[in-house]
Write a protein that binds this ligand. Structure first.
Ligand SMILES: Cc1cc2nc3c(=O)[nH]c(=O)nc-3n(C[C@H](O)[C@H](O)[C@H](O)COP(=O)(O)OP(=O)(O)OC[C@H]3O[C@@H](n4cnc5c(N)ncnc54)[C@H](O)[C@@H]3O)c2cc1C
Length: 518
């Protein structure tokens, strides 16, 4: 096996504030930070695990309307067990909300009956990453209730019945429109005012939509953020003959892989010179681009979208690039990133362009009227200090962080933990996993994106890349690694082991390179 990789010419500087986003916007937007992309991911993205109710004996009484008790008290202190009578209101019924509830009832089953989850979607919390993976397959795609949380993290499948059995009230199709931190109440789209003692904000991100003026809202233009978007996209894919994908990041590449598999000959348009520009260098990217190309995908690199074109019926019929080139397509999918709008005023924000809600190392939010420990923010919306990166304030739009932050906060609220968050960024993607695939692609990244990148190997059979900062290995990416190998990566990057860079470059195989670094 040949040595494939070389160091990137210019090591990236250490940033001072970071949004750890999955996808870079292709279309300019001021709502998004442009810092480098850390990615993190879930080790277990297991769908359809058997339902097993571990809490069969527990049946608490239904929750009465949450109280409006006002006495400020620290919610995290392990010694503060007396505060268990408080009501917990969770805003946002997504990935993090599901893991939070799981942690709460695991730590203390009586908390279920004191917990209310208010979510804007019409389905119980689910593993959102599924939407652009097997969900888009033509054959046997997973559908809800198959991938409700917490199956991706190796836990139970929390169907609406699960919440009921655990006494948790799940209010779906409901948006929280306002919060009054002084009186500790939130107001819903139904006009209801609900009191809380502990409020957990898990409102996630919203997808970036292209402006109407350039065709971003035409029928036939698809964005993927929620289950309804995913279902609409599948319906359109089933009828389509040719696809254009705008954006060469995670969502763009996952959708493009499904389009390619379905024979829709996707053309991927991106402003960057190569795919996954926020994580990979050109050297890593070329391996994946070649694989996509052999499966019928065309890339338009360093290309900017001018407009989405409409046919006589006002439906999207393709796109025009700024170069003047026109690409015809009956399916247009846009994956140009996400924003994390803060749903309420009155909460402290991080400095700079990180966005989201500023929290401390235990995800506690603050604000003029916020009693200490009464409001938490978790998942994509939380701007938190990343200990591993010298407490740099970051947001992470990745599922493992959603799960881990939710689990920690659930334990803190339950009085089972007083730990600070000490997270190792972990990102992943999986494509071409359809039945009969010639080769599935499945990579993971652990650690920090700092310094030069050394790539070893290729996709025949596998490759690895190492981020070397000041002679130490701080980040590792591995393609199709065995689970025990993948599990060892996090420890390796946390150890920041010194690496003989010349010896690493000279490694003839991924096995040799990992033996040197792990
Ligand atoms: C298509 C797709 C694929 C992805 N793939 C991966 C992947 O492969 N790997 C990875 O690491 N990450 C992936 N992610 C990112 C991952 O899904 C998120 O990091 C994770 O879902 C964040 O969890 P969350 O609970 O913070 O937000 P979400 O899961 O987005 O949940 C937020 C919920 O809050 C609701 N909400 C918002 N505002 C309100 C309000 N005011 N009132 C009530 N409800 C509200 C929203 O409707 C939503 O249901 C993917 C994301 C998408 C969209």
């Amino acid at each position: 096996m040949r040595v494939d990789g070389v160091a990137s010419p210019t090591p990236s500087p250490t940033p001072t504030a970071t949004v750890i986003s999955r996808d870079a916007p292709l279309y300019d937007t001021s709502t998004r930070a442009s810092a480098r992309d850390f990615e993190h991911t879930a080790m277990f993205e297991v769908l359809n695990v058997p339902l097993a109710f571990a809490f069969a004996c527990f049946r608490p009484k239904r929750m009465s309307k949450p109280t409006t008790s006002r006495s400020p008290r620290p919610a995290h202190a392990a010694s503060d067990r007396s505060s268990m009578s408080r009501s917990i209101v969770v805003v946002g019924g997504g990935n993090a909300a599901g893991y939070l509830v799981r942690a709460l009832v695991s730590a203390d089953p009586t908390l279920g009956a004191r917990t209310l989850v208010i979510g804007a979607e019409d389905v119980a919390p689910y593993e959102r990453p599924a939407l652009t993976k097997g969900f888009l397959h033509k054959e046997s795609p997973p559908r809800l209730p198959g991938f409700h949380t917490c199956v991706g993290g190796g836990g139970e499948r929390q169907t609406p019945e699960w919440y009921e059995q655990h006494g948790v009230e799940l209010r779906l199709n409901t948006t929280v429109t306002a919060a009054d931190f002084k009186s500790r109440t939130v107001t819903t789209s139904a006009g209801e005012s609900i009191g809380y003692e502990t409020l957990v904000l898990a409102t996630g991100c919203g997808v970036i939509r292209l402006p109407e003026a350039i065709g971003g809202t035409l029928p036939g233009v698809h964005y993927v953020r929620n289950n309804a978007d995913g279902l609409a996209l599948v319906e359109a894919m089933d009828k389509a003959t040719k696809a254009v994908v705008v954006g060469g990041g995670y969502v763009g590449l996952e959708v493009a892989a499904s389009c390619a598999t379905r024979g829709l000959k996707p053309e991927v348009v991106m402003m960057e010179p190569h795919v996954m520009a926020r994580l990979w260098n050109a050297d890593i990217a070329q391996h994946y681009e070649r694989l996509y190309e052999t499966r019928g995908t065309t890339f338009h690199r360093s290309s900017k979208l001018k407009a989405i074109l409409a046919d006589a019926d006002g439906k999207a019929r393709g796109i025009e690039l700024e170069s003047g080139a026109v690409i015809d397509a009956d399916l247009v999918v846009v994956g140009v990133g996400a924003t994390a709008p803060v749903p309420f005023t009155g909460l402290d924000a991080p400095e700079g362009r990180v966005g989201g809600i500023k929290v401390d190392s235990r995800f506690r939010a603050s604000g003029a009227d916020v009693a200490p420990g009464s409001v938490y923010a978790i998942g994509d919306i939380a701007a938190f200090p990343l200990k591993l990166a010298d407490n740099e304030i970051v947001r992470m739009e990745h599922v493992k962080h959603a799960r881990d932050s939710a689990t920690l906060v659930g334990n803190i609220i339950a009085g089972k933990s007083d730990d600070e968050y000490d997270y190792t960024p972990f990102f992943y993607s999986r494509v071409f996993e359809h039945p009969g695939t010639e080769r599935a692609v499945n990579w993971v990244f652990h650690g920090l994106q700092r310094g030069e990148i050394i790539t070893i190997g290729n996709l025949d059979p596998t490759l690895a890349a190492f981020w070397i900062d000041d002679g130490k290995c701080v980040g590792i990416m591995l393609e199709s690694g065995a689970p025990e190998r993948v599990a060892a990566l996090a420890a390796a990057v946390r150890a920041r082991k010194s690496v003989d860079v010349s010896a690493l470059r000279a490694c003839a195989s991924v096995d040799d390179a990992l033996a040197l670094v792990l």
